[in-house]
Write a protein that binds this ligand. Sequence first.
Ligand SMILES: Cc1cc2nc3c(=O)[nH]c(=O)nc-3n(C[C@H](O)[C@H](O)[C@H](O)COP(=O)(O)OP(=O)(O)OC[C@H]3O[C@@H](n4cnc5c(N)ncnc54)[C@H](O)[C@@H]3O)c2cc1C
Length: 422
Amino acid sequence: MAVVDGSDPYSRYFLEPRSTADLADRARLIETATSRCHTLVPLIKEIGTDALFALRRIGRALDASRGDTERSERISAFFDHCKTNDLAMSVAQTDVKGDRSLGPSAQPNPDSYLRIVERQTDGIVVRGAKVHTSCTPNTNELIVLPTRAMGAADSDWAVSFAIPVNTPGLRLVASPYGSHAGSEFDSPISSQRLMMETTTLFDDVFVPNERVFLDGQHEFAGPLALAFVDYHRFTAISYKLPLVDALVGSAALMADMNGISRAAHVRDKLTALISYAETLRALVESSAQRGTPDDAGVFVPDPLIVNIAKSHFAHGYHHALQQVQDLAGGLLVTAPGGADFSNPDIGPMLSSLLGGRDGIDGEQRIRAMNMVSDLTTREFGGYHAVLAIHAEGSLEAEKMMIARSYDSSRVVTYARKLAGID
Ligand SMILES: Cc1cc2nc3c(=O)[nH]c(=O)nc-3n(C[C@H](O)[C@H](O)[C@H](O)COP(=O)(O)OP(=O)(O)OC[C@H]3O[C@@H](n4cnc5c(N)ncnc54)[C@H](O)[C@@H]3O)c2cc1C
């Protein structure tokens, strides 16, 4: 986990990728951590370092446009602070956004996007809110990024900075979703794991100059948002891998316990699930292999493949759930609870009658069923299902990036040749 390169050892998450091999290692690190956390990414280093890499790149571009080094120095100082102290970071990018068809300055409520309400000699004051901010109650620092491209009229909304989570005026309203965990028997994953999101309120928060990265330079809002996405969607597809593995494993396990492994329709469904999961894995690997260096030699994963991977995952997710649920059976939502199995009056009877194929007793089968139910049908399953569609950008955001990243000149030239035009 630690990088030992002559300086003090530091967490590998902070290693800026200098090669395609570094990108592949980062993907493996994120996959392994998520796997150990039973399909939930820890997200206290991954997303923060995605933002730090993006800030570094855009900070250089901003400084180059002004002929100074001010923002790069601020960003580097903050990067080193997080790295040296091994801090946990959240990233607040998504604004509440009000009317989605309008930009920040055209909103009926000017606070629909986080904005600068006052400029002081030693800093800025910001007001508004960000939503869906993951893990904020568990982190030290909150990094704030703009959500979208902005025009000149949106300058007050073009803002990026970092603050400790206990900064005065910063208020975290945690979502209660997923907080009703059952017992370890009934909810084997969600009774142990929870990712908490907050609605993150900025009630006139003062941010000192040394922590301000963007304050009005609207032309850099879009590039910063996209630079973050370049890294964060790669992180996302890496941490989807344990989840798709869990779905394939669940389907195979339930098919075996139910004694249906050799049925033709079961083989069809397992093959479809394997293809779904392994296509994603191949795309993660390919996006790292096809990574390219930016102006400072820091490698960026191929955005075309990253977005195809994320789109493949998100579009196939609910169909994959259907296949797993189909093979498991209705006990996913009707099985007796852990207390019934430990009741000496009925437990032995349940264990005998709810078994599957020879060798699988009722308790084993219901434990497996409960894991699959946790993953696919209960509150935790619902959380993963919405996370699949929306987190790290919704379906349309990926579609836009695929269109934007694909250079069609090669295929148009080929088509012209086939048509005999050239
Ligand atoms: C579990 C979870 C964790 C998350 N963690 C974080 C986090 O840590 N930090 C963070 O910053 N964000 C986080 N997000 C936010 C995530 O990136 C957003 O959910 C995603 O970008 C979609 O935004 P939204 O939820 O506001 O939905 P919306 O943008 O409102 O999308 C709803 C629908 O409206 C459509 N739509 C939106 N705008 C337009 C438009 N202009 N024209 C036409 N159609 C439009 C969309 O395509 C979609 O179909 C998280 C989300 C989830 C679900």
